[in-house]
Design a binder for this molecule. Structure first.
Ligand code: SAH
Length: 261
């Protein structure tokens, strides 16, 4: 979806005397508007087309009198609405990769497989250049659309098998999110600069085990860390403060290794 505007509806709370506390009478919401050529429909009423053109920070009302704030989308708003094919990497894990490897505006990254290019796009938003490899035509096409939608000029998509090799040299980070990451260790080894990072992300611990056991056979890598990140969201409603009832499920495990020479 090409997000043109973001609408935010704040939660509405009212004090209920009988309960002696505030209760939520209207739920919060965030809406991504993909066309400015027509009225926008929400479950809280219709926002008129002309109101969608109001300047950032304007407070507007639906035909049912509900209040919304409007602003232009940031990268993250557009990112959240990209097309998804295979399971994309969640934000918590993408952020962990950035934090642990310290990549920045000077870094070059090689990523495989592209999938929906979610991780590749997130990294390209932070670093100097990303090259992402994908073997399947259908995923290649989805990735291409997402990269174009986000307007990332520093992200190159290649229709290539990463197990067979990586063209780039002296890269700072190689990220692997594919079924048999151990098959890409030699490719990654040739592409990475000394001190660079190899990161494998996998939903299954048996894949991680195979990857780590294979990695240990390569003396040009040092295993730095195997980790899983768990995100638990909380509800804060007056003094009713507790973890949300629906936990966020398992995503994947991460292996971090350092290229030594
Ligand atoms: N990290 C991606 C999701 C990757 S899904 C995201 O955040 O969107 C895994 C992808 O790896 C699939 O699209 C699959 O086709 C691709 N793949 C599998 N083996 C590959 C290989 N040898 N070389 C390149 N891509 C590969």
């Amino acid at each position: 979806m090409n997000v043109k505007k973001v609408l935010v509806k704040k939660a509405k709370k009212e004090f209920v005397k009988e309960l002696d506390r505030e209760v939520t009478v209207s739920k919060p919401g965030i809406y991504y508007v993909d066309s400015l050529d027509r009225d926008y429909h929400t479950e809280y009423g219709i926002i008129k087309k002309k109101d969608l053109l109001k300047k950032d920070g304007s407070r507007i009302r639906s035909n049912l009198g509900k209040e919304f704030y409007i602003f232009s989308p940031s990268f993250i708003d557009k990112y959240r609405k990209i097309k998804r094919s295979a399971q994309i990497i969640p934000l918590k894990d993408a952020a962990f990769i950035i934090a642990e490897t310290g990549i920045n505006a000077e870094s070059t990254v090689v990523d495989a497989g592209a999938g929906s290019a979610a991780l590749a796009c997130f990294l390209a938003h932070i670093v100097k250049r990303v090259v992402t490899y994908e073997i399947r035509d259908d995923f290649y096409e989805i990735s291409r659309e997402n990269i174009e939608l986000l307007g990332l000029k520093n992200l190159a998509l290649k229709k290539k098998d990463v197990y067979k090799g990586i063209d780039e040299k002296h890269v700072d980070l190689v990220t692997l999110d594919l079924p048999e990451p151990w098959k890409a260790i030699i490719s990654a080894s040739k592409a990475l600069r000394p001190g660079g990072f190899l990161v494998a992300y996998n939903p299954s611990i048996t894949q991680i085990t195979d990857f780590v056991n294979e990695l240990r056979k390569h003396d040009d890598f040092d295993l730095a860390k195997v980790a899983e990140l768990i995100e638990r969201n909380w509800e804060v409603d007056g003094r009713k403060v507790r973890p949300k009832t629906h936990p966020i499920g398992h995503s994947g495990f991460l292996v971090f290794a350092r290229k030594l020479r």
